[in-house]
Design a binder for this molecule. Structure first.
Ligand code: CTP
Ligand code: MG
Length: 226
């Protein structure tokens, strides 16, 4: 089975407040965030196919320069999950191909983390795996009035990152059947009772969400190798 990288890049970047989608922010050496993310992934030589989902009216993608073969699918949806579902459909993957879904907005992804994901799906009996980090703060569960009801066992809590990897057919079915809104692929797969392993991610692999996240990413990207 193939390893396919699917990058949703059809968001509008509302919280970033730069007036255009954040994936096209010039991040490093005159390259946009999307180019940095995709080119780092291409440089890892792990994926058999690399695909990017952009919105139908995207005015920036044609100017991107990628350092390898990249499929562009102009079928983004109104939500991240819809963009992933539309992209997955457009891929026409084999049912057992492994699809790694990775946010365009996480340009600091490192090869070691990807290798840990690959090792997990290739050597363990799982339906999928996601990168995640343990929580270090004490966690409080509160009511509607912000009053603490209890303390959560943080050793059981992880912060989900991307990539998240699942087999193409299973992910397609899960996203089609997801009734509640889902913010990541794993949530849709969890609803199907899938066995999904949490794999150690990296603190550098942050998602650029707010303008202040950029300064971290700029300093990380200067220090990171693949
Ligand atoms: N994304 C997408 N299609 C959407 C919404 C998001 O492909 N309809 C992508 C974004 O381009 C990004 C990733 O999903 O690479 C993570 O989403 P997020 O960080 O929320 O980006 P935006 O939705 O663009 O930002 P915001 O929520 O602030 O508008
Ligand atoms: Mg969003």
């Amino acid at each position: 089975s193939k390893k396919i990288l699917l990058i949703p890049a059809a968001g509008v970047g509302e919280r970033m407040k730069i007036g255009y989608p954040k994936q096209y922010y010039p991040l490093f050496e005159n390259r946009t965030m999307l180019e940095v993310t995709v080119n780092r992934m291409l440089g890892m030589s792990i994926f058999d196919r690399v695909a990017v989902v952009v919105s139908e009216n995207d005015a920036y993608i044609d100017r991107c320069r990628f350092e390898g073969a990249v499929e562009i699918h102009r079928c983004g949806g109104d939500t991240r999950a819809q963009s992933v579902l539309n992209g997955l459909t457009a891929l026409h993957a084999e049912p057992d191909d492994w699809v790694f879904v990775h946010d365009a907005a996480r340009p600091c992804i490192d090869k070691e983390s990807i290798v840990r994901l690959v090792d997990t799906i290739e050597s363990e009996a799982v339906d999928g795996a996601i990168l995640a980090l343990p929580v270090t703060d004490t966690l409080k569960w509160v009511n509607d009035d912000a009053m603490i009801e209890k303390t959560i066992d943080r050793s059981r809590c992880f912060r989900a990152q991307t990539p998240q990897v699942f087999q193409a057919q299973a992910l397609l079915t899960a996203l089609q059947n997801a009734i509640e809104p889902v913010t990541d692929e794993a949530s849709a797969m969890e609803m199907q009772g899938a066995r999904i392993k949490v794999v150690e991610g990296s603190a550098f692999n942050i998602k650029v969400t707010y303008p202040e996240d950029l300064k971290w990413v700029r300093s990380y990207i200067n220090q990171l190798s693949l």
